[in-house]
Write a protein that binds this ligand. Structure first.
Ligand SMILES: Cc1cc2nc3c(=O)[nH]c(=O)nc-3n(C[C@H](O)[C@H](O)[C@H](O)COP(=O)(O)OP(=O)(O)OC[C@H]3O[C@@H](n4cnc5c(N)ncnc54)[C@H](O)[C@@H]3O)c2cc1C
Length: 387
Protein backbone atom coordinates (compact mmCIF):
# COMPACT_ATOMS: atom_id res chain seq x y z
CA UNK A 1 0.00 0.00 0.00
CA UNK A 2 1.37 3.45 -0.92
CA UNK A 3 2.33 5.75 1.94
CA UNK A 4 0.27 8.95 2.35
CA UNK A 5 2.02 12.04 0.92
CA UNK A 6 2.43 13.76 4.31
CA UNK A 7 4.02 10.63 5.76
CA UNK A 8 6.37 10.34 2.79
CA UNK A 9 7.43 13.91 3.41
CA UNK A 10 7.91 13.16 7.11
CA UNK A 11 10.02 10.13 6.19
CA UNK A 12 12.24 12.17 3.87
CA UNK A 13 12.73 14.92 6.46
CA UNK A 14 13.43 12.38 9.19
CA UNK A 15 15.94 10.54 7.02
CA UNK A 16 17.78 13.78 6.23
CA UNK A 17 17.74 14.89 9.86
CA UNK A 18 19.09 11.54 11.09
CA UNK A 19 21.74 11.58 8.40
CA UNK A 20 22.89 15.00 9.58
CA UNK A 21 22.62 14.41 13.32
CA UNK A 22 23.31 10.76 14.17
CA UNK A 23 27.07 10.46 14.81
CA UNK A 24 28.70 7.57 12.86
CA UNK A 25 29.79 6.01 16.18
CA UNK A 26 26.14 5.80 17.23
CA UNK A 27 25.38 3.74 14.13
CA UNK A 28 27.59 0.89 15.35
CA UNK A 29 25.96 -2.05 17.14
CA UNK A 30 26.03 -1.95 20.94
CA UNK A 31 28.94 -4.17 22.00
CA UNK A 32 28.54 -4.19 25.75
CA UNK A 33 26.38 -2.86 28.58
CA UNK A 34 28.71 0.19 28.77
CA UNK A 35 27.54 1.27 25.30
CA UNK A 36 23.96 1.59 26.58
CA UNK A 37 23.01 5.10 27.65
CA UNK A 38 20.83 5.09 30.78
CA UNK A 39 21.22 8.78 31.59
CA UNK A 40 20.79 10.06 35.13
CA UNK A 41 22.69 12.28 37.54
CA UNK A 42 25.72 9.97 37.76
CA UNK A 43 25.86 8.56 34.24
CA UNK A 44 29.31 8.59 32.68
CA UNK A 45 29.08 9.01 28.91
CA UNK A 46 31.37 6.65 26.99
CA UNK A 47 32.09 9.27 24.33
CA UNK A 48 31.18 12.75 23.11
CA UNK A 49 29.16 11.08 20.37
CA UNK A 50 27.00 9.22 22.92
CA UNK A 51 26.36 12.48 24.80
CA UNK A 52 25.63 14.46 21.64
CA UNK A 53 23.26 11.78 20.31
CA UNK A 54 21.21 11.92 23.52
CA UNK A 55 21.16 15.73 23.50
CA UNK A 56 20.02 16.18 19.89
CA UNK A 57 17.37 13.48 20.15
CA UNK A 58 16.07 14.84 23.47
CA UNK A 59 15.93 18.40 22.11
CA UNK A 60 13.63 17.18 19.38
CA UNK A 61 11.59 15.13 21.86
CA UNK A 62 12.57 11.97 20.00
CA UNK A 63 13.74 10.06 23.06
CA UNK A 64 9.96 9.86 23.67
CA UNK A 65 8.57 10.38 20.15
CA UNK A 66 4.90 9.86 20.99
CA UNK A 67 4.73 11.79 24.27
CA UNK A 68 2.96 15.17 24.11
CA UNK A 69 5.03 18.23 23.26
CA UNK A 70 3.85 19.95 26.46
CA UNK A 71 6.05 17.60 28.51
CA UNK A 72 8.98 17.69 26.09
CA UNK A 73 7.96 14.74 23.93
CA UNK A 74 8.00 14.59 20.14
CA UNK A 75 4.22 14.79 19.74
CA UNK A 76 4.41 12.31 16.84
CA UNK A 77 1.42 10.29 15.68
CA UNK A 78 1.71 6.47 15.89
CA UNK A 79 2.41 6.36 12.12
CA UNK A 80 5.17 8.98 12.42
CA UNK A 81 6.71 7.20 15.43
CA UNK A 82 6.84 4.01 13.41
CA UNK A 83 8.58 5.82 10.55
CA UNK A 84 11.14 7.27 12.94
CA UNK A 85 11.82 3.78 14.28
CA UNK A 86 12.17 2.38 10.75
CA UNK A 87 14.52 5.15 9.66
CA UNK A 88 16.67 4.69 12.76
CA UNK A 89 16.81 0.96 12.10
CA UNK A 90 17.74 1.62 8.45
CA UNK A 91 20.98 3.35 9.47
CA UNK A 92 21.55 1.14 12.53
CA UNK A 93 21.10 4.09 14.91
CA UNK A 94 21.36 3.18 18.57
CA UNK A 95 18.58 3.91 21.00
CA UNK A 96 19.76 7.26 22.44
CA UNK A 97 18.36 6.50 25.89
CA UNK A 98 17.29 3.36 27.77
CA UNK A 99 15.11 4.29 30.65
CA UNK A 100 12.55 2.83 33.04
CA UNK A 101 11.25 6.39 33.15
CA UNK A 102 10.36 6.14 29.47
CA UNK A 103 9.14 2.57 29.30
CA UNK A 104 7.36 2.32 32.65
CA UNK A 105 6.84 5.41 34.80
CA UNK A 106 6.12 7.87 31.96
CA UNK A 107 3.00 6.13 30.63
CA UNK A 108 1.66 5.79 34.21
CA UNK A 109 2.27 9.49 34.93
CA UNK A 110 0.65 10.50 31.66
CA UNK A 111 -2.48 8.60 32.68
CA UNK A 112 -2.62 9.06 36.47
CA UNK A 113 -0.32 12.00 37.29
CA UNK A 114 -1.51 15.49 38.17
CA UNK A 115 -0.57 18.33 35.81
CA UNK A 116 2.06 19.46 38.33
CA UNK A 117 3.55 15.94 38.52
CA UNK A 118 3.67 15.66 34.71
CA UNK A 119 5.49 18.98 34.38
CA UNK A 120 7.88 18.15 37.21
CA UNK A 121 8.83 14.58 36.35
CA UNK A 122 8.36 13.99 32.61
CA UNK A 123 10.71 16.57 30.99
CA UNK A 124 13.76 15.32 32.99
CA UNK A 125 12.91 11.79 31.81
CA UNK A 126 12.81 12.97 28.18
CA UNK A 127 16.23 14.62 28.62
CA UNK A 128 17.70 11.60 30.41
CA UNK A 129 18.54 13.65 33.50
CA UNK A 130 16.89 11.42 36.09
CA UNK A 131 17.26 7.65 36.15
CA UNK A 132 14.40 5.71 37.75
CA UNK A 133 14.17 2.29 39.37
CA UNK A 134 11.17 0.14 40.22
CA UNK A 135 10.37 -0.73 43.85
CA UNK A 136 7.68 -3.38 43.52
CA UNK A 137 8.98 -6.79 44.69
CA UNK A 138 9.67 -7.60 48.32
CA UNK A 139 11.11 -10.70 49.99
CA UNK A 140 7.55 -11.94 50.64
CA UNK A 141 5.80 -10.35 47.66
CA UNK A 142 6.81 -11.26 44.10
CA UNK A 143 4.12 -13.09 42.16
CA UNK A 144 1.74 -12.20 44.97
CA UNK A 145 2.71 -8.55 44.63
CA UNK A 146 -0.31 -7.18 46.47
CA UNK A 147 1.01 -8.95 49.59
CA UNK A 148 3.61 -6.18 49.95
CA UNK A 149 4.38 -4.93 53.45
CA UNK A 150 6.50 -1.78 53.03
CA UNK A 151 4.58 0.77 55.10
CA UNK A 152 3.98 4.44 54.43
CA UNK A 153 2.59 6.04 57.55
CA UNK A 154 0.63 9.26 57.25
CA UNK A 155 2.46 11.82 59.41
CA UNK A 156 0.21 14.77 58.54
CA UNK A 157 2.39 16.71 56.15
CA UNK A 158 4.42 13.75 54.82
CA UNK A 159 4.65 9.94 54.71
CA UNK A 160 7.17 7.96 56.71
CA UNK A 161 8.30 4.90 54.72
CA UNK A 162 9.73 1.75 56.31
CA UNK A 163 10.39 -1.60 54.69
CA UNK A 164 12.43 -3.55 52.18
CA UNK A 165 12.32 -4.12 48.43
CA UNK A 166 14.25 -6.77 46.53
CA UNK A 167 15.40 -7.40 42.94
CA UNK A 168 15.34 -3.62 42.41
CA UNK A 169 17.15 -3.38 39.06
CA UNK A 170 19.95 -0.79 39.09
CA UNK A 171 18.76 0.71 42.40
CA UNK A 172 22.38 1.52 43.23
CA UNK A 173 22.62 3.66 40.09
CA UNK A 174 19.15 5.19 40.03
CA UNK A 175 18.28 8.72 41.14
CA UNK A 176 14.61 8.19 42.00
CA UNK A 177 12.32 5.22 42.67
CA UNK A 178 8.67 4.53 41.90
CA UNK A 179 7.59 2.44 44.79
CA UNK A 180 4.53 0.50 45.95
CA UNK A 181 3.76 1.02 49.63
CA UNK A 182 1.05 -0.04 52.03
CA UNK A 183 -0.99 2.90 53.29
CA UNK A 184 -3.79 0.79 54.74
CA UNK A 185 -4.13 -2.75 56.07
CA UNK A 186 -7.91 -2.81 55.71
CA UNK A 187 -7.85 -4.26 52.21
CA UNK A 188 -5.08 -6.17 50.43
CA UNK A 189 -5.32 -4.56 46.97
CA UNK A 190 -7.15 -1.47 48.24
CA UNK A 191 -4.47 -0.45 50.75
CA UNK A 192 -1.61 0.17 48.31
CA UNK A 193 -0.32 3.56 47.14
CA UNK A 194 2.12 4.48 44.37
CA UNK A 195 4.88 6.73 45.70
CA UNK A 196 7.85 8.55 44.11
CA UNK A 197 10.96 9.50 46.03
CA UNK A 198 14.59 10.50 45.63
CA UNK A 199 17.08 7.68 46.30
CA UNK A 200 19.28 10.25 48.05
CA UNK A 201 16.59 10.78 50.72
CA UNK A 202 17.83 10.09 54.21
CA UNK A 203 17.14 6.48 55.23
CA UNK A 204 17.36 4.88 51.74
CA UNK A 205 20.13 2.34 51.21
CA UNK A 206 20.90 -0.32 48.60
CA UNK A 207 22.87 -3.56 48.55
CA UNK A 208 23.77 -5.09 45.13
CA UNK A 209 23.03 -8.82 44.53
CA UNK A 210 25.63 -10.81 42.56
CA UNK A 211 24.29 -13.14 39.85
CA UNK A 212 25.51 -16.38 38.25
CA UNK A 213 26.34 -14.41 35.06
CA UNK A 214 28.94 -12.46 37.02
CA UNK A 215 26.89 -9.27 36.81
CA UNK A 216 25.21 -7.46 39.64
CA UNK A 217 22.27 -5.66 38.04
CA UNK A 218 19.92 -5.59 40.98
CA UNK A 219 19.76 -4.75 44.64
CA UNK A 220 18.06 -5.10 47.93
CA UNK A 221 16.65 -1.67 48.77
CA UNK A 222 16.02 -0.65 52.36
CA UNK A 223 13.81 2.21 53.59
CA UNK A 224 14.36 3.27 57.17
CA UNK A 225 12.15 6.19 58.27
CA UNK A 226 12.23 7.85 54.85
CA UNK A 227 10.24 11.10 54.73
CA UNK A 228 8.27 11.52 51.50
CA UNK A 229 6.26 14.66 50.67
CA UNK A 230 2.58 13.94 50.15
CA UNK A 231 2.46 15.45 46.67
CA UNK A 232 4.63 12.55 45.48
CA UNK A 233 1.76 10.04 45.56
CA UNK A 234 0.62 9.22 42.02
CA UNK A 235 -3.12 8.61 41.67
CA UNK A 236 -5.34 8.38 44.72
CA UNK A 237 -4.09 7.18 48.09
CA UNK A 238 -4.99 3.46 48.53
CA UNK A 239 -5.68 3.16 44.79
CA UNK A 240 -2.10 2.60 43.75
CA UNK A 241 -2.89 -0.94 42.59
CA UNK A 242 -4.59 0.50 39.48
CA UNK A 243 -1.48 2.57 38.70
CA UNK A 244 0.76 -0.45 39.42
CA UNK A 245 -1.19 -2.72 37.06
CA UNK A 246 -1.26 -0.11 34.29
CA UNK A 247 2.50 0.32 34.59
CA UNK A 248 2.97 -3.47 34.52
CA UNK A 249 1.19 -3.59 31.15
CA UNK A 250 3.81 -1.19 29.78
CA UNK A 251 6.64 -3.06 31.49
CA UNK A 252 5.43 -6.28 29.88
CA UNK A 253 5.27 -4.56 26.51
CA UNK A 254 8.90 -3.47 26.98
CA UNK A 255 10.03 -6.95 28.05
CA UNK A 256 8.11 -8.61 25.20
CA UNK A 257 10.43 -6.64 22.87
CA UNK A 258 13.14 -9.18 23.79
CA UNK A 259 11.33 -11.51 21.40
CA UNK A 260 12.51 -9.26 18.56
CA UNK A 261 16.14 -10.10 19.30
CA UNK A 262 17.21 -6.47 18.97
CA UNK A 263 15.93 -6.38 15.37
CA UNK A 264 18.73 -8.73 14.32
CA UNK A 265 18.72 -10.76 11.10
CA UNK A 266 17.15 -14.21 10.93
CA UNK A 267 18.91 -16.63 13.25
CA UNK A 268 19.58 -19.00 10.34
CA UNK A 269 21.63 -16.23 8.70
CA UNK A 270 23.47 -15.30 11.89
CA UNK A 271 24.48 -18.88 12.65
CA UNK A 272 25.62 -19.58 9.08
CA UNK A 273 25.90 -23.12 7.75
CA UNK A 274 24.57 -25.75 10.16
CA UNK A 275 25.60 -29.37 9.51
CA UNK A 276 23.18 -31.06 11.88
CA UNK A 277 19.82 -31.45 10.04
CA UNK A 278 17.81 -31.62 13.28
CA UNK A 279 19.31 -28.33 14.51
CA UNK A 280 18.83 -26.79 11.07
CA UNK A 281 15.12 -27.65 11.22
CA UNK A 282 14.83 -26.23 14.72
CA UNK A 283 16.46 -22.95 13.64
CA UNK A 284 14.15 -22.72 10.60
CA UNK A 285 11.08 -23.28 12.80
CA UNK A 286 12.38 -20.67 15.24
CA UNK A 287 12.79 -18.10 12.46
CA UNK A 288 9.20 -18.66 11.34
CA UNK A 289 8.00 -18.06 14.91
CA UNK A 290 10.25 -14.99 15.22
CA UNK A 291 8.81 -13.45 12.04
CA UNK A 292 5.26 -14.14 13.21
CA UNK A 293 6.07 -12.61 16.60
CA UNK A 294 7.54 -9.46 15.00
CA UNK A 295 4.35 -8.92 12.97
CA UNK A 296 2.18 -9.56 16.03
CA UNK A 297 4.30 -7.24 18.14
CA UNK A 298 3.80 -4.32 15.76
CA UNK A 299 0.04 -4.80 15.87
CA UNK A 300 0.08 -5.13 19.66
CA UNK A 301 2.00 -1.88 20.17
CA UNK A 302 -0.39 -0.02 17.84
CA UNK A 303 -3.35 -1.38 19.82
CA UNK A 304 -1.75 -0.63 23.19
CA UNK A 305 -1.00 2.97 22.20
CA UNK A 306 -4.55 3.42 20.92
CA UNK A 307 -5.87 2.00 24.24
CA UNK A 308 -7.44 -0.88 22.29
CA UNK A 309 -5.30 -3.84 23.39
CA UNK A 310 -7.19 -6.78 24.89
CA UNK A 311 -6.39 -6.91 28.64
CA UNK A 312 -4.68 -10.29 28.21
CA UNK A 313 -2.38 -9.00 25.44
CA UNK A 314 0.52 -7.60 27.53
CA UNK A 315 0.78 -10.96 29.31
CA UNK A 316 0.47 -12.92 26.05
CA UNK A 317 3.18 -10.87 24.38
CA UNK A 318 5.43 -10.95 27.44
CA UNK A 319 5.08 -14.73 27.61
CA UNK A 320 5.64 -15.27 23.88
CA UNK A 321 8.51 -12.77 23.57
CA UNK A 322 10.49 -14.04 26.53
CA UNK A 323 10.04 -17.73 25.71
CA UNK A 324 11.17 -16.91 22.16
CA UNK A 325 14.26 -15.07 23.41
CA UNK A 326 15.18 -17.99 25.67
CA UNK A 327 14.85 -20.34 22.69
CA UNK A 328 16.97 -18.00 20.50
CA UNK A 329 19.86 -18.21 22.96
CA UNK A 330 19.49 -21.98 23.42
CA UNK A 331 19.91 -22.29 19.65
CA UNK A 332 22.87 -19.88 19.57
CA UNK A 333 24.57 -22.06 22.17
CA UNK A 334 23.72 -25.26 20.29
CA UNK A 335 24.81 -23.75 16.95
CA UNK A 336 28.13 -22.52 18.36
CA UNK A 337 29.06 -25.90 19.86
CA UNK A 338 31.50 -26.26 22.73
CA UNK A 339 33.15 -22.94 21.81
CA UNK A 340 30.19 -21.02 23.19
CA UNK A 341 30.82 -22.47 26.65
CA UNK A 342 34.19 -20.75 26.75
CA UNK A 343 34.12 -18.06 29.41
CA UNK A 344 37.23 -15.92 29.47
CA UNK A 345 38.97 -15.29 26.15
CA UNK A 346 38.83 -12.27 23.85
CA UNK A 347 37.86 -14.67 21.03
CA UNK A 348 34.40 -15.19 22.57
CA UNK A 349 34.35 -11.60 23.82
CA UNK A 350 34.75 -12.85 27.39
CA UNK A 351 32.05 -15.48 27.07
CA UNK A 352 29.39 -13.15 25.63
CA UNK A 353 27.21 -15.95 24.17
CA UNK A 354 27.24 -17.93 27.41
CA UNK A 355 26.61 -14.87 29.60
CA UNK A 356 23.74 -13.73 27.40
CA UNK A 357 22.27 -17.23 27.44
CA UNK A 358 22.41 -17.28 31.26
CA UNK A 359 20.82 -13.82 31.37
CA UNK A 360 17.84 -15.02 29.33
CA UNK A 361 16.95 -17.45 32.12
CA UNK A 362 15.61 -14.42 33.97
CA UNK A 363 13.41 -13.26 31.06
CA UNK A 364 10.53 -15.48 32.08
CA UNK A 365 10.78 -14.26 35.70
CA UNK A 366 11.24 -10.46 35.42
CA UNK A 367 8.07 -8.42 35.07
CA UNK A 368 6.05 -11.41 36.38
CA UNK A 369 6.82 -15.08 35.73
CA UNK A 370 5.60 -17.09 32.74
CA UNK A 371 3.36 -19.17 35.03
CA UNK A 372 1.77 -16.01 36.39
CA UNK A 373 1.27 -14.62 32.86
CA UNK A 374 -0.48 -17.85 31.85
CA UNK A 375 -2.73 -17.48 34.90
CA UNK A 376 -3.61 -13.88 33.94
CA UNK A 377 -4.29 -14.87 30.31
CA UNK A 378 -6.56 -17.73 31.42
CA UNK A 379 -8.47 -15.45 33.80
CA UNK A 380 -9.12 -12.87 31.07
CA UNK A 381 -9.98 -15.33 28.31
CA UNK A 382 -12.21 -17.48 30.53
CA UNK A 383 -13.57 -14.38 32.30
CA UNK A 384 -12.78 -15.84 35.71
CA UNK A 385 -13.08 -13.80 38.93
CA UNK A 386 -10.10 -11.52 39.63
CA UNK A 387 -9.40 -10.83 35.93
C1 LIG B 1 16.17 -9.81 35.89
C2 LIG B 1 15.13 -9.41 36.88
C3 LIG B 1 14.91 -8.06 37.11
C4 LIG B 1 13.95 -7.66 38.05
N1 LIG B 1 13.79 -6.34 38.29
C5 LIG B 1 12.90 -5.93 39.22
C6 LIG B 1 12.77 -4.55 39.54
O1 LIG B 1 13.45 -3.70 38.98
N2 LIG B 1 11.88 -4.19 40.48
C7 LIG B 1 11.10 -5.09 41.13
O2 LIG B 1 10.29 -4.69 41.95
N3 LIG B 1 11.21 -6.43 40.87
C8 LIG B 1 12.09 -6.86 39.94
N4 LIG B 1 12.24 -8.22 39.67
C9 LIG B 1 11.47 -9.18 40.46
C10 LIG B 1 10.38 -9.92 39.68
O3 LIG B 1 9.29 -9.09 39.42
C11 LIG B 1 10.00 -11.15 40.52
O4 LIG B 1 11.13 -11.99 40.58
C12 LIG B 1 8.84 -11.92 39.93
O5 LIG B 1 7.66 -11.18 39.99
C13 LIG B 1 8.63 -13.28 40.65
O6 LIG B 1 8.55 -13.10 42.03
P1 LIG B 1 9.48 -13.97 43.02
O7 LIG B 1 10.88 -13.87 42.53
O8 LIG B 1 9.19 -13.53 44.40
O9 LIG B 1 9.02 -15.47 42.79
P2 LIG B 1 7.77 -16.23 43.51
O10 LIG B 1 6.57 -15.34 43.45
O11 LIG B 1 8.24 -16.68 44.86
O12 LIG B 1 7.58 -17.44 42.55
C14 LIG B 1 8.33 -18.66 42.67
C15 LIG B 1 7.78 -19.66 41.65
O13 LIG B 1 6.41 -19.95 41.95
C16 LIG B 1 5.61 -19.73 40.79
N5 LIG B 1 4.30 -19.17 41.17
C17 LIG B 1 4.08 -18.22 42.11
N6 LIG B 1 2.76 -17.91 42.15
C18 LIG B 1 2.16 -18.66 41.19
C19 LIG B 1 0.82 -18.76 40.73
N7 LIG B 1 -0.18 -18.05 41.26
N8 LIG B 1 0.55 -19.64 39.72
C20 LIG B 1 1.56 -20.39 39.16
N9 LIG B 1 2.86 -20.32 39.57
C21 LIG B 1 3.15 -19.46 40.56
C22 LIG B 1 6.38 -18.73 39.95
O14 LIG B 1 6.02 -18.81 38.58
C23 LIG B 1 7.81 -19.12 40.22
O15 LIG B 1 8.18 -20.18 39.35
C24 LIG B 1 13.18 -8.64 38.74
C25 LIG B 1 13.41 -10.00 38.50
C26 LIG B 1 14.38 -10.39 37.59
C27 LIG B 1 14.60 -11.85 37.37
Amino acid sequence: MAEAADLTQFREETRAWLEANCPPEMRQPVKSEEDVCWGGRNFKFQSDAQKRWLEVMAQRGWTTPDWPREVGGGGLTPAESKILKEEMRRIGARNPLNSFGISMLGPALLKYGTEEQKQRFLPPIVRGEIRWCQGYSEPGAGSDLAGLQTRAEDMGDHYLVNGQKVWTSYADQADWIFCLVRTSTESKHGGISFLLFDMESEGVSTKPILLISGYSPFCETFMDNVKVPKDQVVGEVNKGWDVAKYLLGHEREMISGMGLGGGTALLGKTLGEIDDPALRAEVAAFDVDALAFAAMSERFIDQLKAGEAHPAMPSMMKYAGTELNKKRHELIMAGGGSDTLEWESERTRKGKPAREWLRTKANSIEGGTSEVQLGIIAKHILRLPGA
